[in-house]
Design a protein around this ligand. Sequence first.
Ligand code: ADP
Ligand code: MG
Length: 253
Amino acid sequence: SGINFDKYENIPVEVSGDSVPAAIENFSDAGFGPAVMENVTRSGYTKPTPVQKHSIPTLLFNRDLMSCAQTGSGKTAAFLLPIIQHIMAGGPDMIKTPTFNNGRRTYYPSALVLSPTRELAIQIHKEAAKFSYKTNLQTAILYGGRENYRDQVNRLRSGVHILIATPGRLIDIIEQGFIGLSGCRYLVLDEADRMLDMGFEPQIRKIVGQGMPPKTARTTAMFSATFPKEIQLLAKDFLKENYVFLAVGRVGS
Ligand code: ADP
Ligand code: MG
């Protein structure tokens, strides 16, 4: 698999917003630390895809982002790399210490990535592990299914900086007191259109509306293949007013 660059180099890219950070041409222009840069190289990424060229500097400047791009355009690294870079550069300030209440330890991820399906969550989690290799960042995953519950909760004990989750299971784990979102500086909605198609809007609104820092105190990125009315409304509610809009290729509504 991987990217067909011949196919992607020539597709139209539309970027809009006030003072949009300049695109990068190479990963070495992003200002990543040595560990992140090594992981990019180790992953065989030699140059950024169009969505990465624009999304990486946007998120590194902590600008909110609405990005519309097709499957296979490299969206996962577009949000994971700047998040990993920021958490590492921010040091302890970026990390909220676990608390202990009623016999239960609560962990506070610095970044939350919401995914519509277990399969996509697993894919994102794999990439997150790859890009945070040889760093002290911890990643964790939460998705539905009775047999995984205890394992997933046990895995949190090594700490969690980046949490990848499907909405239903995350709400359950928050209600059980294992996860809190008050330290969450980064929120990503991956495949937002699919999440809405699957009926997750109330769950997403609940997660974002309860216990997460307000949009002015976090950086939020939304990814979607299409840009229909419902996604535009979600973007209006979740993203700061000066968000950067990025469309790669032809985007349906
Ligand atoms: P999307 O989320 O847009 O569908 P992915 O992030 O899953 O796309 O990327 C699709 C595939 O391309 C993955 O196998 C990924 O590892 C690979 N890939 C992404 N960015 C690059 C890059 N800059 N260079 C080479 N391969 C890449
Ligand atoms: Mg994807």
